[in-house]
Design a protein around this ligand. Structure first.
Ligand SMILES: Cc1ncc(COP(=O)(O)O)c(C=O)c1O
Length: 331
């Protein structure tokens, strides 16, 4: 039995699993199922809330009253942190990458509405953001406050628990639904969701394989990041876990022009899936990963998903990221 650290109950769990009925890709006979983690909440939704249940518990244990975190201008993680901070009575300070837009939209609008303090660091100087965050922690300390810094995407040894716990939930789902997917597919951006699933798959013997589609960086980056986080997780929580055979499989080839920038077929897929199933993806994370999954399934031998009959896609949320990119949809 695994001993979890303290955790707040913030997400609507368990999330349902649904099977796609009307979304048909010619030549693809695998059944596609979706773990509806976009339904973990309304405004605090998606994968981040699972991680933040552990991060905010950590903030509470450390006696913090400020939470500092960072990410892109349209970061879902920053939005979730800002709103949870408002809900739980923490001051939230965000460090965002880029220039302040004239009109806040999507996630950024919600950051402002929930009262977060926001600093912007230009892309070219982004490598200074960790130092900036540490300086902020000191500044708050000087003012008599106590701040916790949560790194990008809450992808560290604390946030890793989010998808370890989700894997335990999946174990129950598979039993209840009498299903046994050959693959679990997710988008990967800062690595924490993938890390939790890879560890959880082994811990709870889910008997499936995790395939993560990267939306930035490359497979080598995720391999390193996940190994580092798993090592820290084992050390910090004194967990006896054999990570020598961890299967970290990142499927490359679907980043497109760059992080946050998608090509037309991704926008078309988002529209097609919404029309066929009433299921909404986003162009930054889930749209690219789902698009990649479909392309792989179309390949003769199923590409990086060989032998796939049942595939479970983790819908990690991201809906608010659709609105700032609405001009890319063609009707
Ligand atoms: C909607 C959405 N899906 C997937 C991801 C990727 O998750 P992770 O950062 O844990 O790799 C993120 C965040 O980066 C996200 O906001």
């Amino acid at each position: 039995m695994i001993q979890y650290p303290s955790r707040l109950s913030l997400a609507n769990l368990p999330t349902p699993i649904t099977r796609l009925e009307r979304f048909v890709v010619p030549g693809v006979d695998a059944r596609i199922w979706v773990k509806r983690d976009e339904l973990t909440g309304t405004e605090v939704c998606g994968n981040k809330i699972r991680k933040l249940e552990f991060c905010f518990a950590e903030a509470r244990e450390q006696g913090c009253n400020v939470v500092i975190t960072c990410g892109g201008i349209q970061s879902n993680h920053c939005r979730a942190t800002a709103i949870l901070g408002a809900r739980l009575g923490y001051k939230v300070h965000l460090i965002l990458r880029g220039e302040k837009p004239q009109h806040p939209d999507g996630n950024l609008l919600l950051d402002y509405l929930s009262g977060a303090t926001i600093d912007y660091i230009p892309q070219a100087e982004w490598k200074t953001h960790i130092q900036f965050a540490h300086d902020l922690v000191q500044r708050y300390a000087g003012e008599g406050a106590k701040a916790l810094f949560i790194p990008t995407g809450a992808s560290d040894e604390v946030g890793l628990w989010g998808y370890v716990a989700a894997s335990e939930e999946l174990k129950r789902d598979f039993r209840n639904l009498d299903m046994s997917p050959d693959y679990i597919v997710t988008a990967t951006g800062s690595g924490g969701t993938q890390a939790g699933l890879v560890v959880g798959n082994q811990l709870f013997d889910l008997q499936t394989r995790i395939r993560a589609f990267n939306v930035c960086d490359d497979a080598a980056w995720f391999e390193n990041k996940i190994r580092e986080d798993v090592t820290l997780w084992k050390q910090r929580y004194e967990i006896d876990f054999d990570d020598s055979a961890l299967e970290i499989e990142t499927v490359e080839g679907y980043v497109g022009p760059g992080y946050g920038v998608a090509e037309q077929p991704v926008f078309e897929l988002i529209r097609d899936l919404a029309t066929a199933e009433g299921l909404f993806l986003d162009p930054v994370y889930t749209g690219k990963a789902f698009y990649g999954m479909v392309q792989e399934l179309k390949k003769g031998d199923h590409g990086s998903l060989p032998g796939a009959r049942d595939v479970l896609f983790i819908h990690t949320g991201g809906l608010f990221g659709v609105f700032p990119q609405q001009d890319n949809f063609r009707f």
